[in-house]
Design a protein around this ligand. Structure first.
Ligand code: SAH
Length: 396
């Protein structure tokens, strides 16, 4: 049988030749009729020349995603297994007795668009984000089982982006019995507990691992404010680094309960940690109005923007947060400030943070440019895979 095909409009094939994996519906000249949504297709130019293999979802404006540049490849069990195995081998050196959690597959950056696989000790949690991947779900599960041999396997395909693909959310415990208190794993020796069933994403923010470690080295005798603390990863790192006191602020009580448990599990003095359930924006204002100040502040908000129309509003949000933080940061104090919104570039983020420092009348140095951990790699041909940007600043 002839493979299904999509033909790219003249002039739109350049990014495909440069191995950018996304094809928007506006770049498609025509497609084979009557093919089931999510099918694998040959991508060709108007002269009929083969460009790539992709899966196609006419319902999505991001209509096709490339998984191979070889005409023989199919998104089947053999390819999935080989890609997952290769991705795991590239990260094997990261798994250590004191570092038991890694992202194994980071979607496009590991040449498997729409698939996330995280490993937490003997457990694996995966997410399917696109229809093309959904169509091969059984093969994905078999490939994960064969390569990673997990004792427990959870599917957390409940991200909002699935709606754009016409998919319902799905959550399933596929293998194993999840302990009632969730999972507890190690990050640079810190014991961190979280809930892979009800927590955010696959349960934990693995991408901040190295930034937490850096923060630890600046925390000695500092009074720390950890905003958007989630399960207290930054809080515990600061505590182990010798912080005199840490205040963890988040809107989620279950996340803060984990943060408290994590603090204690690491043998840290409970009188040096406080959790507060509050809206960070309102609470920062309150702290400022009360004349409170801190030596080290972490700002790690959720993603503020998922389409370009929200960009201005998102920048105002980042500016407000950073302005308030600079206002309550003591002289000589540090601010670790992040944006995980892919649409905000590093340059733009730095400009926004500059605007905030300027409004606060503060001279500020950047000591470190921060990013996502190495198990969340950036594919050069796909700059969108760089999403986490951070600045570690000092107020003079
Ligand atoms: N820094 C964390 C990850 C932060 S994720 C870590 O290292 O693991 C973002 C967190 O912000 C989530 O826990 C979410 O509950 C919280 N959040 C989102 N909006 C908020 C708001 N307006 N005020 C307080 N917390 C908020």
């Amino acid at each position: 049988m002839r493979p299904y095909q999509i033909t790219i409009k003249p002039g739109k094939e350049r990014s495909i030749r440069q191995r950018h994996p996304w094809i928007f519906s506006g770049a498609i000249h025509s497609a084979t009729g009557q093919m089931p949504p999510g099918s694998c297709v040959n991508v060709q130019d108007t002269k009929g020349q083969f460009l790539a293999r992709a899966y196609y979802n006419p319902k999505s404006s991001l209509a096709a995603r490339i998984f191979s540049y070889s005409p023989e490849d199919n998104l089947d069990q053999a390819l999935l297994k080989a890609r997952i195995e290769a991705a795991w081998k590239r990260r094997q050196h990261l798994r250590k007795p004191d570092n038991t959690m890694q992202r194994i597959v980071a979607s496009e950056a590991d040449l498997l668009p729409g698939l996330i696989v995280d490993r937490y000790g003997d457990w694996v949690v995966f997410q399917i984000l696109t229809l093309g991947m959904e169509c091969v779900r059984d093969a994905i599960i078999r490939a994960i089982e064969e390569v990673l041999q997990p004792q427990g396997l959870i599917e957390r395909s409940d991200e909002a982006v699935r709606v754009k693909e016409g998919l319902e959310p799905r959550k399933e415990l596929i293998r194993g019995t999840l302990p009632e208190q969730g999972l507890e794993e190690l990050e640079y020796g810190l014991k961190l507990r979280f809930d892979p069933w009800s927590g955010h994403k696959t349960g934990f923010y693995l991408d901040q691992r190295n930034n937490r470690k850096l923060l630890e080295s600046y925390a000695k005798d500092r009074e720390v404010l950890n905003c958007f603390s989630y399960t207290g990863g930054f809080s515990c790192a600061a505590g182990r680094g010798g912080a005199s006191h840490v205040l963890s602020v988040d809107e989620s009580r279950p996340a803060l309960d984990h943060a408290e448990a994590n603090w204690r599990a690491n043998g840290l003095d409970p009188s040096r940690h406080e959790t507060l359930r509050a809206d960070v924006f309102a609470h920062l204002r309150q702290l400022r109005d009360e004349g409170r100040s801190f030596d080290l502040i972490v700002l790690d908000p959720p993603k503020f923007v998922s389409d370009k129309a929200q960009l201005d509003r998102a920048c105002r949000g980042y500016k407000d947060l950073n302005l308030l933080a600079f206002q309550i940061l003591r002289k000589g104090g540090y601010l670790a400030t992040f944006s995980c919104s892919g649409l905000i570039s590093r340059d733009l983020f730095q400009k926004v943070v500059f605007g905030a420092a300027d409004d606060a009348g503060a001279d500020v140095q950047i000591l470190h440019h921060l990013s996502q951990a190495e198990d969340h790699p950036v594919l050069l041909s796909f700059p969108e895979s760089l999403y986490l940007k951070g600045l570690f600043c000092q107020k003079l």
